[in-house]
Design a protein around this ligand. Structure first.
Ligand code: ZN
Length: 109
């Protein structure tokens, strides 16, 4: 979160902004990041910065799997996952999404 805040402040300054009004984050469903903790960390990290009054919007990225054999993307759940690809039946499924955590955009004034 400290890194994210640094990016936010840097971006705002680059745009000659006086205030950051909103911060949009993308957080994967299995990234291990807990939204409640993010809000708390944000309050701590944003205090005394130009983003102190910004609204924190967290978007959850769904878990996705991809078959390495046929390349198809599959929607899925971390708990169930897939033993084999439902399309080509290869046992080559890997996690393709859901672990990301990044700054999507910010709104400034
Ligand atoms: Zn496949």
């Amino acid at each position: 979160m400290t890194e994210v805040m640094a990016r936010v402040v840097e971006t705002a300054r680059a745009n000659n902004a006086t205030k950051v009004t909103a911060i949009h984050l993308v957080c994967g469903a299995v990234s291990g990041v807990v939204p409640d903790c993010l809000h708390f960390c944000f309050d701590v990290c944003a205090a005394d910065t130009i983003a102190a009054c910004a609204t924190l919007a967290i978007e959850t990225a769904p878990v996705r799997w991809q078959c390495r054999a046929c390349g198809r993307l599959l929607d899925g759940d971390e708990r169930t996952g897939y033993d084999a690809c439902p399309h080509c039946h290869a046992h080559a499924i890997e996690l393709a999404g859901g672990r990301e955590f990044f700054l999507k955009s910010i709104e400034v004034e």
